[in-house]
Design a protein around this ligand. Structure first.
Ligand SMILES: [Zn+2]
Length: 458
């Protein structure tokens, strides 16, 4: 191992500087400071650029949107993409979230693992390469992203303002051994407006909190006569509760929550609710919209009735999540999140979904699409990274992974997610008491050094 001894020599300094970085609560905010992601995020960038310059690297930023440091010479550049912004601490911590407490071989704090720890590990990895004096054919750039947690506008800015695109790169913001496939990700909002007709009138409808979570609860309130409320309450179905109210009836559906990327692991309460509502004596456009949602979405997770079911060997089936359902006296809103296989295209599903909703009287009011990402196992980058991973860990069993979610890798061409979480290790990002073992910090620095070297020298 070329770099391990050097990196072990940096341990004390690396931990101390990571503590300093964790002490900057770099959560996105609009604070009127003039910095695009707020003063604390800017402070975290200044901190890293100073540290990089102290190590002798050239360092710069692009309009406070994203920073980078660089080492080496050559026409081509390879990159490591990390981010310095963090999600808010949230509740439930047993240690201070912004102190960088070291205890029992671990460093605690928001960002320790996502992504301040791995990003600072990358900087020390670059220092080890520089100090080794080994010759390189390409420049190595470490990018300090500042907006990964709230939309990745940083990397969009970088791409759109002439930021150099690496020929190869990694982002230590996923998992090992390497993520070589990420499904295409589409989030859409559809709205249907109506005028109430008939004896049963919708007052409120509410199910789910986010497009990417399978809802475990959904409800609808209607105004109607006591007799009709009585009839509806007698229709009791499994996992559906009907209650008489002052104005009419309240209907509640229960399901099981799951991540939106694996909706088959949950039971969708929105689907259950609309399937029950479909049997009620609704009229007009509202009745048509409910019928459409019950028949084309329902409790399906694969988009079959929408006509978009598809799969490939690398990443499995398309998944669809009916994440949010909102309604009032004049409109209902649906938020969908569907993910298509890594070797397929948006054109095979996006237009079909939109056409189906429009035919049922809905308008699309918002849409985002993140392309799928895929690099074959025999591509140059996947081969290099798998070799590095095996050499460093001795793990010859783990294979490159395809996932349903999207990582930061999608934001920059030619980049794959590589680390920082090892197979079998607990995922602690975004949770209370986030920490990283100091030994894992050094493992990451070492693997990143080997990966940078493999990309830049070979
Ligand atoms: Zn992250």
């Amino acid at each position: 191992m070329r770099f391990r001894a050097l990196i072990e020599g940096y341990q004390e300094e690396l931990v101390r500087n990571l503590q300093g970085l964790i002490r900057i609560p770099s959560v996105y905010c609009e604070d009127g400071s003039g910095y695009p992601y707020g003063r604390p995020v800017q402070d975290s960038l200044a901190y890293m650029l100073d540290l990089a310059q102290e190590m002798g690297f050239s360092a710069a930023h692009m309009d406070h949107q994203v920073g980078y440091c660089e080492y080496g010479e050559g026409e081509e550049m390879v990159a490591v993409l990390g981010h310095l912004d963090v999600v808010p601490a949230g509740e439930g911590w047993s240690v201070p979230p912004y102190e960088g407490l070291v205890r029992d071989g671990r460093i605690y704090g928001r960002g320790a693992m996502d992504d301040k720890g791995p990003t600072i590990a990358a900087l020390y990895a670059l220092r080890a390469i520089a100090e080794s004096g080994l010759p390189l054919r390409r420049r190595i750039r470490i990018l300090f992203g500042l907006n990964e947690e709230t939309g990745s506008a940083d990397m969009k800015y970088y791409r759109e303002h002439g930021g150099e695109i690496p020929v190869m790169g990694v982002t230590p913001d996923g998992e090992y051994p390497v993520i070589n496939g990420e499904k295409g990700l589409i989030t859409e909002i559809y709205v249907c407006s109506f005028r109430q007709e008939g004896p049963l009138r919708l007052l409120e409808m509410r199910g789910g909190t986010a497009h990417n979570i399978v809802p475990d609860y959904a409800m609808a309130r209607f105004a109607c006569s006591p007799e009709m409320a009585e009839t509806i309450c007698a229709e009791a179905a499994p996992e559906i509760a009907c209650t008489r109210t002052e104005e009419g009836v309240k209907i509640e559906a229960f399901g099981v929550s799951a991540h939106g990327g694996t909706p088959q692991e949950g039971v969708n309460a929105n689907g259950r609710l609309v399937q029950f509502l479909k049997r009620l004596p609704l009229e007009g456009r509202l009745a048509a919209a409910i019928r459409f949602l019950a028949e084309k979405l329902g409790m399906e997770y694969d988009g079959a009735s929408l006509g978009i079911a598809m799969a490939d060997e690398v990443s499995g089936a398309l998944t669809n999540n009916f994440g949010v359902l909102l309604g009032d006296e004049s409109s209902i809103e649906v938020r969908l999140n569907y993910r298509y296989p890594v070797t397929k295209r948006f054109e095979l599903c996006g237009p079909q979904v939109q056409a189906a909703f429009e035919a049922a009287g809905f308008c699309r009011t918002a849409a985002t699409h993140k392309n799928c990402l895929y690099m074959a196992e025999d591509s140059g980058l996947v081969r290099r990274l798998m070799q590095v991973y095996r050499d460093c860990t001795g793990d010859a069993v783990s294979r490159p992974k395809s996932i349903g979610g999207g990582t930061y890798a999608k934001m920059l061409p030619n980049v794959l997610a590589f680390g920082p979480i090892f197979p079998g290790d607990e995922v602690r990002e975004h949770k209370p008491d986030e920490f990283m073992e100091i030994s894992r910090l050094l493992d990451n620095a070492n693997i990143l050094a080997e990966a940078m070297y493999a990309m830049a020298a070979e």
